[in-house]
Design a protein around this ligand. Sequence first.
Ligand code: FAD
Length: 410
Amino acid sequence: MQLSNGGQTWSNWAGNQTSTVQEIQYPDSIDEVAIAVSRIAASGGHIRVAGSGHSFTPLVNTSGTVMDLRRLPAEAAVDSAASTARVSGHMRLSEVGRELWERGFSLANQGDVDVQTLAGALATGTKGSGTRHGTMSSRVRGMGLITGAGEHVEITEADPRLLHAAQVALGLLGVVTHVDLSVVPRYRLREDNAVMSVDELLETWEEAKDGYHHFSFWWMPTSSSSKIYGLPPIPADHAYVKMLTAESAEGGTTVIGGAGARSVPAHLIYPDTELGDPFYELEYVVDATDDKETFLQLRDLMQRGFPQETTPLQVRWQARDEAYLSPQYRRDSISLSVSGMPGTDYVPFLQAVDRQLRGCDARPHWGKLHFLDRGTVKRLYPALDDFRAVRRSLDPDGVFLNEHLSELLG
Ligand SMILES: Cc1cc2nc3c(=O)[nH]c(=O)nc-3n(C[C@H](O)[C@H](O)[C@H](O)COP(=O)(O)OP(=O)(O)OC[C@H]3O[C@@H](n4cnc5c(N)ncnc54)[C@H](O)[C@@H]3O)c2cc1C
């Protein structure tokens, strides 16, 4: 096992979360993970597992040990008859997509980037868009964990309580070694992306949101907003609308067509956000029933109250799921996201968005900036006590807690 200790610094991708940690551990095997967890637990220490560091919130921060699994062997295997795949938790989504494709399968849906680790993405309920699709976590059928006692536990569908706690768990139940995912036969996606005025968008809305495999949009408050995500120039108060249709895999890996009108293997088309300069993102998830009104009210807030903010407003759809800590728990949802720009005084803007969406009982993305407190978490998550009970059973000494998560969920 490789070890870096003594005053090491851990930082996330965006650079807004930094911790001085006791040590960063890079285990070479799952046995080493279990031994390290037992040792740290016995000494009363704390561990946070790092994925690729693409969360904006203090999830990995700790003054104890950060465990980074990048040196573990990465494996993927498919059970074709069951349409499930067993994948190492630390494998990056980009590799997961490639490995599945080679075996004749794809993930049912994905988000805008594929740099995250699988376990990291699942831990915060990462998702893409599409009214027929739940979060990536909703596809989890089982999981291998090293618990707070250093024991290996296999979670399966036979125990729905454990499964629903593990699907979105913020790294609180243990170190995820592998994940069993339900997968679908491999497919390609065709883009029919378009720039629309808000009136055109509203006309397309109802039919498109259910008609496409993926429908989402970025509304641009200013003519320079599209730069943030590496998109071509788009006039102010217009939207860049993403419409993706599933096609058979017959075209193989050939890329047909150009930007905005491509047909390519699904896993290569979802990640379309350029990872340029960092930004600080907030994403809140609300009931989809009043999707249009929610969007229009937020647009109004941005136009009237914060005309200096250039961030695009992204809107996406997700189907409900059963994961106790999922923002989409038992609620067909839309998610709305905006970002603050480093070097600007963006906090009042994000607070105003928070106030407005709180009125809709918004549940924040756990990995993106939010203003949750313990009482609000309790109010928003009806199955919180079930999650807490599972957490206490798998990590009774709170080895995997940090300050942020103790406050909200401990
Ligand atoms: C540019 C950008 C684009 C994004 N796009 C989207 C998007 O389209 N949709 C969306 O929903 N979200 C999106 N996100 C958010 C991102 O998907 C989540 O924050 C995700 O959790 C990050 O995964 P990660 O591998 O970086 O994990 P980290 O951020 O490093 O960790 C996240 C959590 O996972 C835990 N964890 C990681 N690995 C393990 C493990 N093996 N065992 C136990 N716990 C573990 C950590 O302890 C932590 O609690 C985006 C973020 C960025 C920066």
